[in-house]
Design a binder for this molecule. Sequence first.
Ligand SMILES: *Cc1c(COP(=O)(O)O)cnc(C)c1O
Length: 372
Amino acid sequence: MNVPLLDLKAQYRVIKSEVMAAIEAVCDEQGFVLGPRLTAFEEATAQYIGSRYAIGCASGSDALLLSLMAMGVKAGDEVITIPFTFFATAGAVSRLGAKPVFVDIQPDTFNIDPALIERAITPRTKAIIPVHLFGQCADMAAINEIAKRKKLYVIEDACQAIGASQGNRRAGVLGDTGCFSFFPSKNLGGFGDGGLITTNDKALADSMAMLRVHGSQVRYLHEAIGFNSRLDALQAAVLQVKLKYLDQWTEGRRRNAERYRQLFAQTKHAARVTLPPTAPGNFHVYNQFTVRVPKRDELRTFLKEKGVGTEVYYPLPMHLQNCYRDLGHQKGSFPLSERAAEEVMSLPIYPELTEAQQSYVVEMIAEFYKRS
Ligand SMILES: *Cc1c(COP(=O)(O)O)cnc(C)c1O
């Protein structure tokens, strides 16, 4: 049996005619940059997330960069985040000449450990970027309490968590800004790159909307040094169609996660697999279903031979990356992130996955451990 990690074609088949009609409409209009299509999508997304403002931009990476720029983060400043994340989280900080200051993760949720934040704060600290890794929110109450007391901004890296919530609020309104990515493999994926920032703060919203067009409000008059980062009308039109299906797809991911839990619970030889827990109050949207396993690399090779796609998000924490040599960290600096990087593996979880495919995945994992 073949079980790919992700099958975007299965989703596309269902929405093809609707998406193609939207693309054709944009082509007929010949309006590709900013304009009413983008505004409509920004309004729909703001409403979905529950934010006052939403600003489309070119990628999730740029959403982080625009947030930091609007907050005035500059060379010499420090921004706290986790080393166990996608590069963009730390990269956005470094691109401004600021320094990413890493704090280790909680071993169960893979999210930032709030208990370790305070000792990482210095007079140069400007912001904290919690990452809602794999689709589950970081402990925002604890993070916001520290940020408020220390007068720091909070930027949610919600690139993997559109539709996730904590308490009764969605990711994107749990900090000062929320950063989203529409990279095709995210829960709401475009037909290329795209991103968006949410906020309830008018000053930040105005600033980010200006920075994405070279710091200009009135054409050819520049108030700040911005850059070019827009979500184009074609992407906005595609995403507008897909947004209607998002909750339904999220339910599919959550159903599949439950099914894995049942299947693993029934399978004796797969008992060495540690499943991802959901913290109290969190609504997990499972951009990834990430487990911890012994003999990970051997298991992955075995699964690949059996037709099961897996991936390691992420194999090398940021503090051990060559590009961050200058920060002076070593192996052992962030042991929980390092251990996660060695043990994690993400299983197929996309909404269209069938029960038979999931049973097969669990069976093959059991077969591997029975043999070894
Ligand atoms: C995908 C992702 C990003 C960056 O998004 P792009 O749209 O690819 O630039 C940032 N942070 C995290 C955690 C992500 O998963």
